[in-house]
Design a protein around this ligand. Structure first.
Ligand code: PHE
Ligand code: NA
Length: 439
């Protein structure tokens, strides 16, 4: 039996976890949702959701993973009882489900890096997106993205994931800052900032019932919760790390990158359109691949360079998230069945490629996969995890949270938060999500 892998350094763990958290959600959802849901007023709600609900849950996942020192499925069995592996299995399933279509979007991003360089989408971005988002083209690039993901995971925790994210995460931040500085020089930047962040508390007050569950659900997705990713990554962590400090830093950086992305995309859009175009209002594909793309098209030669750089950042953000999802199942198969890591990584990627061809064939499928993940699978999986740490495994979880942190009061506050408002927030999000689909 070979020894189980660990991170080489604490920074390596933090960067890998930030890489998981920082993804498409930060770039194509967060800025647009913020701008259209009350600006800084929405930001306040999102910060509350991320720090009061997301942060305690990420700590719960860290406590499970680090305590069990095993994959996210068997962790529950090792800590308590085989029956609880159902929680890990649901998380693993949810992650695979999400990865199947996340990779399709990754394929689009690859296409748009090329399309920037060749000015391929510069004529008519909307028509271009229609022609590349579905069908053989999308399937081929989805395969490439999946292969890149598997290629990194195949190299292992330290030599694959840690080395890759150590390069990727700082690059994401540096390049986004550079692009934000460039965007600052564009005409209309000031209007863009004020559109982005001017608080609209009236809007917020009138739409609390939609905005709050949305913010909480977004915090789950954005922090990569409920998919075994943070459990798995924490299982490679040493016991002298401070989990509250690491979790806090990850939550801060994830939010900061979302805010930063807004300082790139909104000035670009305002420079071309003088307002937020309708295709961007909801975030998602229309925002990135039609609206932002057309802003690059408008900039001519400079837009080709800026577009290539921008979509490259989106690519590495998506890749560093995708590898965390693939690692969940890979670590399970390696721990449990002693299978070869590269074999599992490429084998599972192959299966997910096939599942994802549905989403690549028709974006209606992609939307359906996403809705089910967002509104049902994710909150359900998060809820089970909260029940596990809050009630089934509470004393040991508190002990684990405090280990390495010398904050003796922290554990009791943390477990109290899990048992009260965190639980309430998760249950409400799940009920509202289910209701919005089936109600
Ligand atoms: N957190 C990533 C994002 O914001 C998505 C993701 C979800 C990654 C779950 C890994 C696990 O895009
Ligand atoms: Na995120």
């Amino acid at each position: 039996m070979t020894e189980r892998e660990t991170w080489a350094t604490r920074l390596g763990f933090i960067l890998a976890a930030v890489g998981s958290a920082v993804g498409l959600g930060n770039i194509w959802q967060f800025p647009f949702k913020t701008a259209t849901n009350g600006g800084a007023a929405f930001l306040v709600v999102y910060l509350l959701a991320a720090f009061l609900i997301g942060f305690p849950i990420i700590l719960g996942e860290f406590a499970i993973g680090r305590r069990a020192k095993i994959n996210a499925v068997e962790a529950f069995q090792r800590l308590k009882h085989p029956a609880w592996t159902i929680v890990g299995a649901l998380g693993l399933f949810t992650g695979l489900w999400i990865l199947s279509y996340y990779s399709v979007v990754g394929g689009w991003v690859l296409r748009y890096i090329g399309g920037s360089i060749t000015a391929g989408y510069f004529g008519d971005p909307a028509m271009y997106f229609d022609s590349v988002s579905m069908g053989w083209d999308a399937i081929a690039l989805h395969a490439v993205f999946m292969a890149l993901t598997a290629g990194i995971v195949a190299f292992g925790v330290e030599d694959g994931i840690e080395k890759a994210t150590k390069l990727m995460v700082p690059s994401i931040v540096v390049i986004l800052v550079g692009l934000a500085v460039y965007a600052f020089t564009l005409d209309g930047a000031a209007d863009a900032y004020s559109f982005y962040l001017t608080p609209d508390f009236t809007y917020l007050a009138n739409n609390l019932g939609d905005v709050v569950p949305y913010a909480v659900g977004q915090a789950f997705f954005s922090l990569s919760l409920g998919m075994g990713a943070m459990i798995t990554y924490a299982s490679y962590v040493g016991r002298d790390d401070s989990l509250p400090a690491d979790g806090g830093l990850i939550t801060v950086l994830n939010t900061a990158v979302g805010v930063l992305a807004g300082f790139v995309v909104l000035p670009l859009l305002f420079a071309q359109f003088g307002q937020l175009p309708e295709t961007a209002a909801g975030g998602g594909p229309g925002a990135l691949f039609i609206s932002v793309a057309s802003a690059f098209a408008d900039l001519g030669l400079l837009g080709r360079a800026a577009g290539a750089v921008f979509f490259f950042v989106v690519l590495i953000a998506a890749l560093s998230s995708a590898i965390s999802l693939l690692e969940v199942v890979t670590s399970y198969c390696v721990d449990r069945y002693g299978l070869s890591r590269p074999g599992v990584a490429f084998g599972v990627a192959g299966v997910l490629f096939l599942l994802g061809t549905l989403s690549a064939w028709n974006t209606a499928w992609l939307g359906w996969f996403d809705t089910l993940a967002y509104k049902v699978l994710l909150p359900a999986s998060v809820l089970l995890g909260v029940v596990f740490v809050g009630w089934v495994y509470a004393p040991q979880a508190v002990d684990e949270i405090e280990a390495g942190s010398n904050l003796e009061w922290f554990g009791s506050v943390w477990i109290w938060s899990i048992r009260t408002f965190v639980l309430l927030g998760v249950v409400a999000t799940l009920l509202l999500g289910v209701n919005s689909i089936y109600g």
